[in-house]
Design a protein around this ligand. Sequence first.
Ligand SMILES: NC(=O)c1ccc[n+]([C@@H]2O[C@H](COP(=O)([O-])OP(=O)(O)OC[C@H]3O[C@@H](n4cnc5c(N)ncnc54)[C@H](OP(=O)(O)O)[C@@H]3O)[C@@H](O)[C@H]2O)c1
Length: 257
Amino acid sequence: MTNRMANKIALITGSSRGIGRAVALALAKEGAALIGVHYSANADAANATVRDIEALGVKAVAVKADLREGKNAADSLWAQFGEAARTETGSSALDILVNNAGIAFALPLKQTSEVAFDEVMTINYKAPFFLIQAVADHIRDNGRIINVSTGFTRIAAPTHPAYAASKGALETLTLALAPEFATRGITVNAVLPGVTETDMNAEWLASPDARAGAEALSVFSRVGKPEDVADVIAFLASNDARWTTGQMIDATGGARI
Ligand SMILES: NC(=O)c1ccc[n+]([C@@H]2O[C@H](COP(=O)([O-])OP(=O)(O)OC[C@H]3O[C@@H](n4cnc5c(N)ncnc54)[C@H](OP(=O)(O)O)[C@@H]3O)[C@@H](O)[C@H]2O)c1
């Protein structure tokens, strides 16, 4: 175990499963002090992530908030985690926020209802916006904000226009906030995964043809693993990435380059 995350307090949204869980474990392996495992519905998965972090000798707490509730959810999430952090560490400060929780509807333009549009924009863009606002005064100097976007902001995705646009907004926010946070040495970056082996894709990747198509997107001719993306996020979260801010970091395995 390295010590790159020694004394760091991290909050990772959507870390019960998938990429978020892999990020939580990557930061735990690097010796973080406390990790907030946020989830919405799947308490069993969140508790399993907490147990796996604790097995690495790192403190962890599960925090529930349904990001469909936008700012209320963001405020509640921070209130719960801040209190848990005070109990566990004596301080409600935060070093690393990873806005990872997200949903991805495969709905072309004409099939996108207003309800689906509002849901994807609220979970993927509005809630991260207000979570950053909620934690802004609590992030310590030299902290990190990392927003999880998608390669669909670079590669046209007529199958997912509302989803791609919600992440495009998150990327614009990433750039817009970087100068403000830089005054305290805090970096703000986005990571863009490509097709990654998680529950989000399990159903359609079960089709051999669809999987072959997904594999062919990457120059490495395979689908990404959650750890492939998590290691990029762990780098950005570390002191090694102190000179990189306001950037969109591709983690698609060179998809369509
Ligand atoms: N997988 C990919 O191929 C891929 C590609 C590009 C970008 N991404 C992005 O990467 C991020 C993680 O994706 P993933 O594939 O790891 O997802 P996943 O396996 O489907 O896990 C989604 C996570 O988000 C949480 N979540 C879902 N709806 C929520 C809500 N309403 N409120 C709060 N939390 C909610 C889930 O919590 P529960 O467990 O409680 O449901 C879970 O922790 C997302 O932002 C996604 O857009 C993924």
